[in-house]
Design a protein around this ligand. Structure first.
Ligand code: BES
Ligand code: ZN
Ligand code: MG
Length: 497
């Protein structure tokens, strides 16, 4: 998709026009002034028939002789958020499914010429267009009924003064969405394809094409030698070789910030010997969604000129039952020498993370964000769309939360109460991997992770078990399947540090 900005788009190639309209103080005639007189009359009379006043989500389509016009109600201009733009664009692309239009224009002059947020519009437009066109159909015989949305040229009528800022923000939106799309693809791949080896190949390919990014892949013997008894323990039941992935982004300038993004990389979670029931196992290919988020971020990371050193860390393996598998009651030791009683083999993510977090600190990270499909309990607490946000640093938590309010990726803070640490005390080891009670399972999992965080390290944990995967379309631009959750929010946060 090519972006074409011009102060006067009287292109005859254009097949569809997006025409966003605000609810307040906008004269429809002014919006439609772009069109020839006879077309303007037709548009106005249709708008009248539709009782259209620019209400949010009120959209309709008008056929002109050589093109279609998609009128999009945006609601009140004062309340307009980036999410509204993404949703509105998604509604518009939904119309395109029937028209196979390749040349699209948007007439947003009112917006663009006013003192409004041009950057926000440009970024959300790009995100909305790309994300709403996403499909995962590589394993399906192409269904002739379904037309792929495939835009060649996207025209924006805009004068010189704002062209540069529009272009810059459009590029940000484009890259953030592209990162999320890669993450979606990785989550959607079935576990027989998305093995730890495959995941490591994806990381290698990201580094290969990029001067600022390097990768280290550690094999079982290496991580064993480094003392990652926790990670190696979880892997024991699987026939797929484990991989430990370490991606490194170095900015062109030296930085004192060393940030680690740690993703849970269980490519399939059967539960291990504490095996899951059929129903709760069916979707467990998604248990590497945190890793997918990290890879999605790294795949576009050099596009933003971020000034910090960033490390991506993924302990990738399967959690499977076998004669070799971890048994309930086993005790393993992580890289820091902490002993962990395996009370439940299905609480495996936190056990692998015990080593990933230890590794992140060993390489000197002063700020860590981990992203993990960690607990079913967080879904009980916050429902199907919202991530749990835990942190040992209020400011870091607020920064991430703020970024999420721009991207529309919902999250909510949950506490790390000192008193609940009782629940993960072990009588035989330094810590237990599962609580003695069912209640507050997302919290006790987070408290377990905190056991491995040094005092001076700023840390945030996102439990994305719920929003990593959409069981039904989440919104206009997020279809059923992997969401790519966290890619845009973490990039939004990284761009502003
Ligand atoms: N991978 C699951 C968590 C999960 C559940 C992710 C549903 C996505 C959707 C995790 O490894 C797990 O099995 N957690 C257990 C922990 C329990 C045994 C303490 C859970 O939540 O039931
Ligand atoms: Zn599990
Ligand atoms: Mg979900």
């Amino acid at each position: 998709m090519q972006l074409i900005i011009s102060p006067d788009i009287k292109e005859n190639k254009i097949e569809a026009i997006f025409c966003p309209v605000f609810e307040d103080n906008e004269k429809l005639a002014k919006v439609f002034a772009f069109f020839a007189k006879d077309q303007e009359v037709k548009l106005l009379s249709r708008a009248k028939k539709e009782k259209f006043t620019g209400q949010k989500k009120h959209t309709f389509l008008v056929h002109l002789k050589d093109k279609v016009v998609i009128i999009l109600g945006l609601g009140s201009v004062r309340k307009l958020t980036p999410e509204d733009w993404r949703e509105t664009v998604a509604l518009a692309t939904a119309f395109l499914k029937n028209y196979q239009a390749k040349n699209i224009a948007i007439i947003a002059n009112q917006w663009l010429q006013g003192s409004y947020d041009v950057e926000g519009l440009a970024q959300s437009l790009a995100e909305g267009l790309l994300l709403s066109s996403y499909r995962f159909d590589k394993y399906k015989k192409i269904d002739k009924q379904i037309i792929q949305i495939n835009i060649d040229n996207f025209y924006v009528e805009l004068g010189k003064e704002k062209k540069q800022s529009f272009l810059k923000s459009w590029a940000i939106g484009h890259w953030q969405a592209s990162g999320a799309i890669l993450a979606r693809d990785l989550v959607n791949e079935p576990a027989n394809v998305m093995t730890p080896t495959y995941l490591a190949e994806v990381a290698k390919n990201i580094a290969k094409g990029n001067k600022k990014i390097r990768v280290r892949i550690l094999e079982k013997e290496q991580v064993e030698r480094m003392g990652m008894g926790a990670f190696v323990g979880v892997d024991r039941g699987s026939d797929e070789p484990l991989k430990f992935v370490h991606l490194i982004y170095k900015p062109s300038v030296r930085s004192k910030e060393k940030i680690a993004l740690v993703g849970k990389g269980i490519t399939f979670d059967s539960g291990g010997l504490n095996i899951k029931t059929g129903d709760s196992m069916t979707q467990m290919k998604i248990d590497m969604s945190g890793a997918a988020t990290v890879l999605g971020i790294f795949s576009v990371l050099d596009q933003f000129n971020i000034k910090a050193e960033i490390h991506g860390i993924i302990a990738a393996c399967e959690n499977m039952p076998s004669g070799q598998a971890l048994k309930p009651g086993d005790i393993v030791r992580n890289m820091q020498g902490k002993s962990i009683e395996i009370a439940n083999t299905d609480a495996e993510g936190r056990v692998t993370l015990a080593d990933s977090l230890a590794y992140a600190q060993k390489i000197g990270a002063n700020k860590i964000i981990d992203i993990a499909t960690l607990t079913g309990a967080v879904m009980v607490a916050l429902g199907p769309d919202i991530a749990g946000l835990f942190t040992n640093d209020e400011k870091l938590g607020q920064e991430i939360k703020k970024a999420s309010e721009i991207t529309g990726e919902k999250m909510w803070p949950l506490p790390l109460p000192e008193e609940y640490k009782e629940l993960i005390k072990s009588s035989v080891a330094d810590v237990r991997n599962a609580s003695t009670i069912r209640y507050g399972g997302a919290i006790t999992a987070a408290l377990f992770l905190q056991e491995f965080i040094n005092k001076d390290v700023l840390w945030a944990h996102l439990d994305i078990a719920a929003p990593a995967y959409a069981e039904k379309p989440l919104n206009g631009y997020t279809p059923v399947g992997g969401v790519g959750y966290g890619v845009r929010t973490i990039l939004e946060w990284l761009r502003k540090i």
